[in-house]
Design a protein around this ligand. Structure first.
Ligand code: ZN
Length: 302
């Protein structure tokens, strides 16, 4: 267990302090997600299947709004995050437009501090907040869960996956050392994390089950019903007991340095962006289209 190693070698770095609440972003309308409460289960659904649930800022603000609504609702015992369509999420939506902020300068140049501050809130900050909500959270994951998708998945407590699931983080193809919320090493172990990052190899359903990443694997058409059934069963338990059970496990990770590690890897992530800006003038070295082409080539070859 990586955690034990950190506990014994870095005893004074382990007592990480939770960051201050980043605060809720005002959401004026809900467009890319849905939210419902049934059987004491709040269900947040990514609803942009035509874009493979790519995450724009708008979508992330909505997801955060739903998580906070569920957190504050005494009628909600368990929170489910799921996604419409073939794939859970293709990662971050980097397209310019109304759903994303302009982070570069008028002349097209980039200043790292603007990107850093924005990602610290919208990527790392949101994920960390969701991880600490004192109610169990369950992910229902199908199809591809690529790169930024992991920022949504790693913070969740349990995962039910479809038999076609693929977890991957190919951003090394863009000369970045992994996405902003580095749960990888904690969730799949050090060598597998390196394998994911070095080779872009996805973790599929059987492997996810065998390493304890997934709680169970079900056929795609049973994913939502089975996840809801599990959540509803858990939601009958005493909420304080559930909150304390979650806190017991999370606190154990935290004293082993979980938060300190996540925070420092977020900064490592930004050395990737900084390097790319100095080399190419853009925060990633290969543009997104180039990464997609390269992944398609790899799939054809495998
Ligand atoms: Zn980034």
């Amino acid at each position: 267990m990586i955690g034990h190693w950190i506990l014994y070698t870095l005893p004074f770095c382990g007592a990480s302090r939770a960051p201050p609440d980043i605060g809720e972003t005002l959401v004026e309308s809900i467009e890319h997600t849905t939210y419902e409460v049934t059987d004491r289960v709040a269900t947040i659904t990514l609803a942009r299947p035509d874009k493979a649930n790519a995450q724009s800022e708008t979508m992330l603000d909505e997801v955060d709004h739903h998580f906070r609504t569920a957190e504050q609702d005494d009628e909600v015992g368990v929170i489910v995050l799921r996604a419409e369509g073939k794939h859970f999420s293709a990662g971050h939506d980097l397209e310019l437009g109304p759903d994303n902020p302009v982070l570069y300068e008028e002349d097209g140049s980039w200043q790292l501090h603007k990107l850093y501050n924005w990602e610290a809130k919208k990527y790392f900050g949101y994920s960390w907040y969701w991880r600490n909500i004192p109610k169990p959270t369950i992910g229902a994951v199908q199809g591809k869960a690529i790169a930024g998708a992991l920022n949504l998945i790693w913070p969740l407590d349990l995962l039910v996956v479809a038999d076609d699931v693929q977890f991957s983080d190919p951003v090394t193809l863009m000369a970045i050392g992994g996405v902003e919320y580095h749960g990888h090493t904690w969730e799949v172990g050090a060598r597998r994390a390196k394998d994911m990052l070095f080779t872009q190899r996805p973790i599929r359903a059987d492997e996810a089950l065998s390493i304890g990443l997934a709680r169970e694997v079900v056929p795609r058409d049973e994913l939502w019903d089975r996840t809801h059934e599990l959540a509803a069963e858990m939601a009958t338990l005493n909420p304080f007991g559930l909150a304390q059970a979650k806190r017991a496990v999370n606190q154990t990770l935290d004293v082993q340095g979980y938060y300190a590690a996540l925070q420092s890897v977020f900064d490592i992530h930004h050395t990737g962006h900084a390097n790319a800006i100095t080399v190419s003038g853009f925060p990633v070295i290969m543009q997104l289209g180039g990464m997609k082409d390269k992944l398609k080539d790899k799939e054809k070859g495998s």
